[in-house]
Design a binder for this molecule. Sequence first.
Ligand SMILES: N[C@@H](CCC(=O)N[C@@H](CS)C(=O)NCC(=O)O)C(=O)O
Length: 231
Amino acid sequence: MTTPKIKLTYFDIEGVAEPIRLAFALADVEFEDDRINFSQWSELKPKTPHGTLPMMTIDDGPAIVQSQAMLRYAASLDKTDSLYPADKMLEVEQAIGLLGDFTRAWQPNLYLAMRPHLFGYPEGYSKTEEGQAKIKEMRENFVANELPKWLGYLSDMIDANGGTFLCGSDKPTIADCMAVATIRSFTKGHVDHVDADCVAKSNPKIAAYVERFCALPEVKGRYTTGLGASQ
Ligand SMILES: N[C@@H](CCC(=O)N[C@@H](CS)C(=O)NCC(=O)O)C(=O)O
């Protein structure tokens, strides 16, 4: 089978496209990493199926959306079949489900600042004194009281599955691609009131896991900030 021509369009951030990019890197699959800026986005948004990115085309075919679909597609192109082995389906899906819960638990802390109307607050709320205090309190509370719980679930999973990656092998799966992107998003120092060392302080085993993943030859040198950047 010849490798299809793949174009992945997303913003110039890691976000929900990064697990897909990592999976392509691990599977040694070439793709066009199309990163757009926000002025390009206002023109493109109405032309996308759901008004969101990432978006993918395969052999110039119709637009495909939903990052999770693309992540599993990337795994299907892995000739070594290690990114999503059939005999690890339950482990991989459990880990991906857990990461979805973790992200959903964190999202209000992020989006209250960006989209306050979703939470019943007026536009511009995050610029007010009250809004700023609320966001600070929520994020600090999450880092102190919620983050350790989610990182603990992940490190328990790694421990129960042999101590290297989430799903029990010396090779990463798409669950690890998603986990590393999710965890790294807390460690780049770009979110107000979230210290870049919060993961390392809260759960050193998880910090070591991210470093281990980022030391893989296919990933090494990829990052300049956050956990894994020293690899
Ligand atoms: N469930 C979708 C979520 C897509 C999504 O919400 N994308 C955001 C960026 S992470 C977006 O396009 N935001 C820009 C906008 O809504 O205008 C996926 O995983 O692909």
